[in-house]
Ligand binder design. Structure first.
Ligand SMILES: Cc1cc2nc3c(=O)[nH]c(=O)nc-3n(C[C@H](O)[C@H](O)[C@H](O)COP(=O)(O)OP(=O)(O)OC[C@H]3O[C@@H](n4cnc5c(N)ncnc54)[C@H](O)[C@@H]3O)c2cc1C
Length: 283
């Protein structure tokens, strides 16, 4: 949102309590996006906490902040977007009247991998069951319930659909896009301590298509299981990053090893050509 409001001509300051933008992304990706936004002219304040907000009709909004080392600063503006996360309004639903249980944190409705709540015949889908909170996850939840209750219900040969091992992609529609699928490096290392995890990073400036479209900022990063050649995760911060990520997602879904992508003939100058080269940077 900062990116887009800035493109519309506003002066923008991002105030972030943590030490990096996009806290869930690998640090090099977050740092790269940070540099892109900064280069575009967005003021970014990391490790900064908000102390107070004041409004005066003559001066507008004043945000008073403290940095980690205790330095006090202020920023003035016409608009303030508070983007510290959204939680479903489960409290307003009076779930206890139907005996439906929530997660211990009380923010979400609890369910199993078939999206069944603890009350037979009551199902839950979308954001209200907790993260990941994406439109495509809500839609997939719908597909699971629809198949289990209707399409496949009368067919004993069909196993119930579940959320187990669902590959989760997402795109932050910054410009350039920041797209990810599967595991981040730290998640992969934690989940598979016995496997040889390797990563490959490719600057977008090495991608012919990025050069031709004059948007060479960003980078790709792949996380692989070096023993099997399986791709565990992939991030593309770059022009049309969501489309490149989706190609890699397809490989992950099909159990296609990274070597197959490395040896494939991709059309020149499609962005997919980068999937020939990135694996040369594995370490
Ligand atoms: C700014 C922003 C940008 C986003 N961008 C993306 C994106 O690019 N891609 C992506 O995949 N996801 C994105 N998301 C997340 C995405 O919007 C949600 O994950 C998705 O909408 C969840 O769908 P849902 O059906 O579970 O919930 P919702 O879309 O929130 O629908 C729930 C509905 O229930 C209604 N409701 C609530 N309480 C009651 C009640 N008591 N009785 C009756 N109705 C009720 C609400 O009014 C609402 O219409 C974004 C979210 C935000 C806030």
């Amino acid at each position: 949102l900062a990116n887009y409001v800035h493109r519309l001509g506003a002066e923008v300051t991002i105030v972030q309590r943590g030490g990096q933008l996009m806290a869930r992304e690998d640090k090099e990706i977050a740092d790269c996006l940070h540099d892109i936004l900064k280069e575009d002219g967005i003021n970014i304040m990391l490790n900064t906490s908000t102390d107070s907000v004041a409004y005066e009709s003559s001066t507008g909004i004043t945000l008073s902040m403290s940095s980690e080392d205790g330095q006090k600063t202020q920023v003035k503006g016409s608009h303030l977007l508070y983007a510290a996360g959204r939680v479903p309004n489960v409290e307003a639903l009076n779930l206890s009247a139907a005996g439906i249980k929530c997660h211990p944190n009380k923010k979400y409705i609890a369910c199993n991998e078939k999206l069944e709540t603890n009350v037979p015949g009551i199902y839950v889908l979308g954001d209200v069951k907790g993260p990941p909170a994406f439109t495509h996850i809500s839609y997939d939840d719908f597909r699971i319930i629809q198949a289990n209750l209707i399409t496949n219900a009368q067919d004993p040969s069909k196993a119930p659909l579940t959320t187990t091992n669902r590959i989760v992609p997402y795109v932050a529609y910054t410009d350039p896009q920041c797209a990810h699928v599967g595991l981040h490096e730290a998640e992969a290392r934690k989940k598979f301590p016995q496997k040889t995890i390797k990563t490959a990073k490719l600057p977008m400036s090495y991608v012919a298509r990025a050069l031709e479209t004059n948007e060479t900022r960003g980078m790709m990063k792949a996380v692989i299981d070096a023993d099997s050649g399986m791709i565990l995760g992939f991030t593309c911060l770059g022009v049309d990053g969501g489309e490149v990520m989706s190609i890699v997602q397809m490989a992950m879904m099909g159990g296609v090893r990274y070597q197959v992508l490395a040896d494939a003939v991709w059309a020149h100058p499609a962005l997919a050509e980068s999937l020939n080269t990135i694996w040369g940077f594995l370490e």
